[in-house]
Design a protein around this ligand. Sequence first.
Ligand SMILES: C[S@@+](CC[C@H](N)C(=O)[O-])C[C@H]1O[C@@H](n2cnc3c(N)ncnc32)[C@H](O)[C@@H]1O
Length: 261
Amino acid sequence: MSLPKGYLDTEALDIFAKLLNNIKQRSYDAMSIKKGHKVLDLGCGPGTDTVPLGLLVGNQGQVIGVDYDLAMLAEANQRAEQAGVSAWVKHQQTDAASLPFDSNYFDACRSDRLFQHLPNPVQSLSEMVRATKSAGRVVIVDTDWGSLSIDTDEIDIERRYARFVACSALHNGYSGRTLCRLFKQQNLTDISFEVFPVAVTRSMLIRQATQADRTEQDAVAAGVLSTEEVQRWRGSQAQADAEGVYFASVNIFLVTGRKPE
Ligand SMILES: C[S@@+](CC[C@H](N)C(=O)[O-])C[C@H]1O[C@@H](n2cnc3c(N)ncnc32)[C@H](O)[C@@H]1O
């Protein structure tokens, strides 16, 4: 499967789902889900969250997961089938910029690490708010790649790489820190936020999450790193792994708001 800007495959998403499980559970709590609710998961990927959400709303409820990647949706449908929730957990191909749902349809809407990919996050948040019922919750989990820090002696390369990831490897790499402002601008009420520092001790995970092979090439093409610096950078991470001392961290934001009555 050829992946557009910044996307992970289903295998990598499963690794991250385990790493971020506590944040996912907090996001379900923040949605105040009850049996029979209708909920939306925007950018659902391979059904990481739609299946657990399906168990929370029960068979009188409805979960709709949307994504624009057909391979993700096929995997999500298979997982819902295997979990026995497919009668009320559905997945459909939709661009997050324009949602084909009636206004005030869902009791709660969520999105998990989608907004970092969006060229127009305001439009998608506005669509989520429109589709949510009055007094319903809107919950977004997203990364702030500006907080990426990787322990290395190559401090200067690391800073340039981290900045390039945040500014250029993704459409909206600083997403996490922007969410409170975006929620206020949508006139959501009862806004709350939590920031979760995520520690990573294997370079492979950060390399996958930042699509490092491609990002490094792009950084060379943009004149941000030289080919020789990329070799040094890769070598320093491989050495840290080999010595068992690799350490990186990045902040993930969870922001919750309520649609005004
Ligand atoms: C980092 S993955 C997160 C998947 C899932 N939410 C999870 O937590 O495992 C981002 C997902 O957003 C989807 N996506 C990116 N841009 C999109 C868009 N404009 N409309 C719909 N889905 C989009 C990608 O296909 C991918 O499945």
